[in-house]
Design a protein around this ligand. Structure first.
Ligand code: AGP
Length: 616
């Protein structure tokens, strides 16, 4: 997913603030970057392969002129290999129009052929260059740039978050959006556009969120929003409560480590304003919009998500089954599209997504709504597509998650799902007020207990285990019941930032195949915390040891049985089984972090990954 930052201002030189915004977006996509300005002399562009630091070096050597207007972009390649020539911004062959684009123009080859017929020349392998030439083509016969952009977009199939600037109009930016997020920032000294709010927090906290097929015309003093028919739209501004510091690294070596350590605070941000202690219940905000009667009417739940959010969704299904006796299923959102069209009946679909922009998840949500189903979104980004299109909403309030490997967002999602389980349990009479109060108290007490996960001695053991794991080629994560999704999540964390192959499995499956893998070079990470699965997990650990397998165990502090059976023990505080995932996931996050660090991997920007996968 690419990063876009643009500004049209009353100042004289906007280059530095645009570059500063671009740096906050580097986690989204980072194989090349570029910036364009527009001055009386026309358009001027600098583009460079690699990280933004390479672009900065280029800009130092080969300055762009001062300008009050600029557009910039970090790229995660979809069409055309990472290379200087394929980096955005892209200009048309007559240097009249320059664009930055996030998304895919699916019919770009047809459009490129049509434009070539008309004499346009192409110099890159990208779909975006076709868009620049298409707009320039319409610019010749259109009253203004906005009209030219709209005419061009009527010809386009695909997805775009787009900012357009013309050589003959340095005080205007046109922005457009279809399935790739784009926000407009309203500032005192200008108007801004970005693919994500954190990129503009140093300039403004007031935003206008574009919806699909909407466009906007930005000038230094004004902004106007238009619908697909070119009619003016009125829309309230959204005030973002994130601070620029929250989007910064805060002294940590990596965003991922900062976000792991933020998790005790995330517990408070996600949950503590929603406790209704007296009633032993949960108060969600008005956008939740599900009263007791409606909650009682549901006969089953369907959870849908991708990646880490899928693992959180699995825990949500288990917790609501436990506290509200409500059956459910959890589906990988990309698979839902191939599921039979069964009647929605009295089902509620819970869609979980940190970014609220994951294409697979959004498409599944829209399919449910098309089939007449209701969707509750659980999301971390205010104003995201999921947040705006879901019928009901719970925001997790984790603050911006920048590290590509999701950590605090998972924590916030599981916390929100635990609250939802209490809400469902109380609404359906499965939990009485006293039981509700106890479950809320267990959650409140967790914040202090989490501090144990970050003690020096705990971290030292994690580093020892990481040192060992950094030398293996593959490993197995095992957990049961509530710890099965944690095993999946631990495996995903390890593979996505250390590139070591790791598989998560329900521990009961081990003897049905995976045990064939176990030998002295194939370790197992086993989650053996107190509760209904403890004895069986201990047996699994002994089965692994009997085959010379090494074991890294996650266990309650002071557990001598596990300590006697495992090679490394990552200790966690003893907490109620239902909440144990919120403590066992922490050492696994830290373990993957330490392994990746030991291997010198790019922790915040792992290869081939993007923070939000806005293409299917
Ligand atoms: C998790 O560490 C990954 N970055 C990825 O699996 C992510 O969870 C997935 O792409 C879903 O993203 P979302 O929560 O923003 O929808």
């Amino acid at each position: 997913m690419c990063g876009i930052v643009a500004a049209v201002t009353t100042g004289t030189d906007v280059r530095a603030v645009v570059l500063q915004g671009l740096k906050t977006l580097e986690y989204r996509g980072y194989d090349s970057a570029g910036m364009a300005v527009c001055t009386e002399q026309g358009l001027d562009v600098r583009r460079k392969m690699g990280k933004i630091a390479n672009l900065e070096e280029e800009l130092d050597k080969n300055q762009l002129p001062e300008s009050a207007t600029a557009i910039a972009h970090t790229r995660w390649a979809t069409h055309g290999a990472p290379a200087d020539r394929n980096a955005h911004p892209h200009v048309d062959d007559q240097q009249q129009v320059v664009v930055v684009h996030n998304g895919i123009i699916e019919n770009y080859l047809d459009l490129r052929a049509e434009l070539a017929e008309l004499g346009h020349e192409f110099h890159t392998d990208t779909d975006t260059e076709v868009l620049a030439n298409l707009i320039a083509h319409y610019r010749k016969s259109s009253a203004d740039l906005h009209q030219a952009v709209r005419s061009a977009l009527h010809k386009v199939e695909g997805a775009y978050g787009l900012v357009v600037m013309a050589a003959d109009d340095p005080n205007t930016l046109i922005v457009a959006r279809l399935d790739s997020p784009l926000v407009v920032g309203i500032g005192e000294h200008g108007r801004y556009a970005a693919s994500d709010m954190p990129a503009l927090l140093h300039l403004t906290r007031d935003f206008l969120v574009l919806d699909n097929r909407e466009t906007a015309v930005l000038t230094p003093h004004s902004h106007a929003l238009y619908d697909v028919h070119g009619q003016v739209l009125e829309r309230d501004l959204m005030h973002c409560d994130w601070t620029p510091e929250q989007a910064e690294r805060g002294g940590y070596p990596h965003f991922m480590l900062k976000e792991i350590h933020e998790q005790p605070d995330v517990l408070a941000r996600t949950a503590f304003d929603r406790f209704h202690d007296l009633a032993g219940d949960v108060d969600f905000e008005p956008e939740f919009g599900l009263d007791d009667r409606t909650l009682q009417s549901f006969e089953r739940l369907r959870f849908m998500a991708m990646g880490t959010s899928f693992h959180a969704a699995q825990l949500g299904q288990k917790m609501i089954g436990e506290l509200a006796s409500l059956p459910g299923e959890t589906l990988n959102a990309s698979e839902f599209l191939y599921s039979p069209r069964l009647p929605e009946g009295q089902a509620l679909t819970v869609v979980v997504s940190q970014s609220g922009e994951t294409a697979d998840t959004l498409r599944a949500m829209r399919e449910v709504q098309k089939r007449g189903g209701r969707v509750l979104g659980i999301c971390n980004v205010q104003g995201s597509t999921l947040a705006r299109e879901a019928d009901h909403l719970i925001l997790t309030h984790c603050g911006p998650e920048v590290g590509v490997a999701s950590t605090k967002a998972f924590f916030g999602q599981v916390t929100a799902l635990y609250l939802l389980a209490i809400r469902f349990g109380r609404a359906r009479g499965v939990l009485n007020a006293e039981q509700g109060r106890q479950f809320l108290q267990d959650l409140r007490a967790l914040r202090h207990k989490l501090e144990y996960c970050f003690r020096e001695e705990t971290l030292a053991t994690i580093q020892q285990a990481a040192q060992y794991l950094s030398g293996v080629r593959s490993c197995l994560f095992l957990g049961r019941s509530f710890q099965h999704p944690v095993a999946l999540e631990g495996a995903l964390k390890l593979k996505e930032i250390s590139y070591i192959h790791a598989e998560g499995y329900p521990a009961g499956e081990m003897k049905h195949g995976p045990i064939a893998l176990i030998d002295a070079d194939f370790p197992v990470i086993a989650i053996a915390t107190p509760g209904t699965t403890y004895e069986k997990m201990l047996s699994n650990i002994q089965e692994v040891r009997a085959r010379d397998g090494k074991v890294v165990a996650v266990a309650a502090m002071g557990d001598d049985k596990v300590a006697a059976a495992a090679d490394y023990v990552l200790s966690v505080p003893a907490v109620p089984e239902l909440l144990a995932p919120l403590v066992t996931v922490v050492p696994l996050q830290l373990l993957s972090y330490e392994v990746a660090l030991a291997l010198g991997k790019d922790i915040d920007q792992p290869r081939n990954l993007a923070k939000s996968v806005t293409v299917e």
